[in-house]
Design a protein around this ligand. Structure first.
Ligand code: 9MR
Length: 408
């Protein structure tokens, strides 16, 4: 892993050996480009949200949740409208945050003039080219990356859409080519959900990377949306294998682009919150393990604003901050793992030898005749925690929140 030594040293000097530094600072010190969040236009009037989201030390990257989708940017043919997208990109720029731009060719949130049009290969190609040239051109130089296409069924076949109906698998190369021409410096991603486990859909994404490259067009990355479920999330080792498969297929980078980890039923228990923290920890650790994993974006950061309850009623609380903007155990685990990576210390309770990440307090704890001792960064307290509460010499048990205290 590449550690930005100067940044790490500066952070250490400012923040001391603990984890009072914030997620994006810690991610960058650990060699990643960013830790970021999506945000939707309607959320920008929430003053409490703004207190956190304007802080680039916490969130160094922003993705517009909706504003750059085709439905908003070209609602009628040839009529382009960037008000919603610009509101978010201007917000990010003002805060000094990187932008991931989202999304160009997707069957969903597509205006009906596109989905219901009677197109020939030539006319639909022209529609795609015009849309991408205009939108990517509008944001040229501002987007670190663009999500160019998402289009896979669970079995790895191409989703039925106007694009696949008319253009078969050639629309991938058309879209990536148009995006590369409009902004040669933006990283271009294939982005989809359920790309985080090995199987038909993951193989489909790897196949698309090869397909676009074999057509001689530019594709840089695979974005794993990572809309996951507490207790059913992939292990660190699975995530590593999956990311490696995309790199092996020719992607130069990968990213977690829309991470959230929802409870399948509510209310959650304190053990549930610990499990959610472990699941977030597995994603964080896996990204640290793969050099080409450039960053993690969470799809919103607070349970006060999330797409999940509206789409999956009865489920939710998927984000690292709760509805009242308190940090949950997931936040502590992400920051601890990032902090440990920056200092080179072992992350709390993780071991790279395991086939799955089990973030328990146990490996960070040693028991001797004199009693127990929790290593630096290990958990030492919090609701529902029954492990050792004595920190190894040189560290003290500090309360991060109601659920999590940590040896710092
Ligand atoms: O967060 C977005 C939500 O506000 C919209 O209602 C929804 C419509 O499909 O899209 C959400 O964002 C999606 C993203 O653009 C692509 N991956 C899945 C995300 C969650 O649905």
């Amino acid at each position: 892993m590449h550690i930005n030594a100067a940044l790490a040293a500066a952070l250490f000097a400012v923040a001391g050996p603990g984890v009072s530094a914030q997620l994006n600072q810690l991610a960058q010190a650990a060699g990643k480009k960013y830790f970021g969040s999506a945000v939707d236009n309607s959320e920008l009037s929430d003053q409490q949200l703004l207190k956190f989201l304007t802080n680039k030390n916490e969130f160094g990257q922003i993705t517009p949740g909706n504003g750059q989708k085709w439905q908003y940017t070209e609602p009628s043919r040839g009529q382009f409208s960037y008000g919603s997208g610009d509101q978010i990109t201007d917000f990010g720029k003002k805060n000094g945050q990187m932008l991931r731009c989202h999304t160009l060719v997707w069957h969903s949130q597509l205006p009906s003039w596109v989905s219901n049009g009677q197109w020939s290969r030539d006319t639909l190609t022209s529609v795609i080219n015009t849309h991408i040239a205009n939108e990517v051109g509008h944001y040229k130089g501002q987007c670190y990356a663009w999500d160019v296409v998402n289009a896979l069924n669970e079995d790895g076949s191409y989703r039925q859409s106007v694009f696949s109906d008319v253009l078969g698998d050639t629309f991938f190369a058309i879209a990536f080519d148009a995006a590369a021409k409009a902004d040669p410096n933006a990283k271009l991603y294939y982005n989809d959900y359920n790309l985080e486990t090995l199987g038909a859909k993951q193989q489909g994404a790897a196949r698309i990377v090869k397909l676009v490259k074999s057509a001689g067009k530019k594709i840089d990355g695979v974005g794993m949306q990572a809309h996951l479920i507490v207790g059913q999330s992939p292990s660190q080792s699975t995530l590593k294998s999956v990311m490696q498969s995309y790199i092996d297929a020719g992607a130069t980078e990968v990213a977690f682009t829309e991470l959230d980890i929802r409870f399948p039923s509510l209310p959650e228990s304190s053990q549930g919150l610990e499990q959610q923290a472990k699941d977030y920890g597995a994603v964080t650790s896996a990204c640290l393990d793969i050099e080409g994993c450039v960053g993690i974006t969470i799809w919103g950061f607070t349970d006060a604003h999330s797409w999940i309850p509206g789409t999956f009623p009865g489920t939710g609380d998927a984000l690292p901050f709760d509805k009242n903007y308190n940090k949950k155990p997931a936040y502590s685990t992400i920051s601890s793992i990032l902090a440990a990576a920056r200092t080179g210390a072992p992350a709390p309770g993780t071991t790279t030898l395991q086939t799955s990440t089990v973030l328990t307090s146990a490996p960070a704890t040693t028991t001797t005749a004199a009693g127990c001792s929790v290593a630096m960064y290990g958990q030492c307290g919090g609701q529902g925690y029954s492990g050792c509460k004595v920190c190894a010499s040189g560290s003290a048990c500090k309360v991060s929140n109601d659920w999590y205290s940590q040896c710092l």
